[in-house]
Design a protein. Structure first.
Length: 246
């Protein structure tokens, strides 16, 4: 699953990479959405590129809500949906039949621009956080879906799928991974003419994993008392009890 993310680029850098502009309906500063670590369970806002306006970077709250729930009630909704992951992730296998996802599948897909994300590796009953990103530290896009509530809130979820062998070695319990899109398929993901068959093909496509790097980082990532939104959280930390995966 993907509950922890990193996005260290400025808004201008994202605009250049994805050939978009910041949405003028929102006050989006240069570093308002720059972070080393964002914990999904805090349900903060992230930038996305929505299918309905693929030329714009738009803020959305991380945690997909159904359209018939007022966004102003998000705290209560997330409390109620805790056993379902609070809408942070959406299983791509259920995209077209889940009672929430199916309303977004054809008309409300999005790109979620990031530099990396964190996944747990389980060893002898303990979790060890791994950071996964591109070797060149450049941005990439995860596939997402979003909803709009009647009171104007925009919420999103990151799509996941069965892990490839590369990701299964890291996320070795749940064996899931977010859906990473190739630069060539990013525009296709937002194409309104895509059929369900087209979308299933995109969801199943492999990302060039030779361009990725993964390494263990500090367990401060999981701490409730330490600030993990600092540059040190991206530093590699060696754990002698772990044999190297890569």
């Amino acid at each position: 699953m993907c509950y922890h993310t990193s996005q260290t680029k400025t808004t201008s850098q994202l605009e250049s990479r994805f050939k978009v502009k910041r949405n003028p309906s929102f006050d989006i500063g240069e570093t308002d959405f720059t972070f080393y670590h964002r914990n999904g369970f805090a349900h903060e806002y992230m930038l996305m590129i929505p299918q309905e306006a693929p030329e714009l970077l738009t803020p959305a709250m991380w945690g997909l809500m159904p359209t018939d729930r007022p966004g102003a009630d998000h705290r209560q909704y997330y409390k109620e949906s805790v056993k379902y992951g609070r809408g942070l992730n959406a299983r791509s296998e259920k995209l077209f039949d889940h009672f929430i996802y199916k309303h977004s599948a054809l008309t409300k897909r999005c790109l979620v621009p990031l530099n990396g994300f964190f996944e747990p590796h389980r060893h002898n009953g303990k979790n060890y956080p791994y950071f996964i990103g591109r070797s060149d530290r450049e941005s990439f896009a995860l596939a997402g879906i979003y909803n709009k509530s009647n009171d104007g809130y925009i919420t999103l979820a990151i799509l996941t799928k069965q892990a490839s062998p590369y990701f299964a070695d890291i996320h070795n319990v749940k064996q899931r991974q977010p859906v990473l899109l190739n630069p060539e398929t990013e525009k296709q993901w937002l194409d309104p003419t895509c059929t369900p068959t087209d979308l299933k093909t995109l969801l199943g496509a492999a990302y060039p994993e030779s361009e990725l790097q993964a390494y263990t980082v500090s367990k401060d990532l999981y701490s409730r008392t330490k600030d993990s939104n600092t540059s040190h959280i991206l530093d590699q930390v060696q754990y002698p009890e772990l044999s190297s995966l890569f």
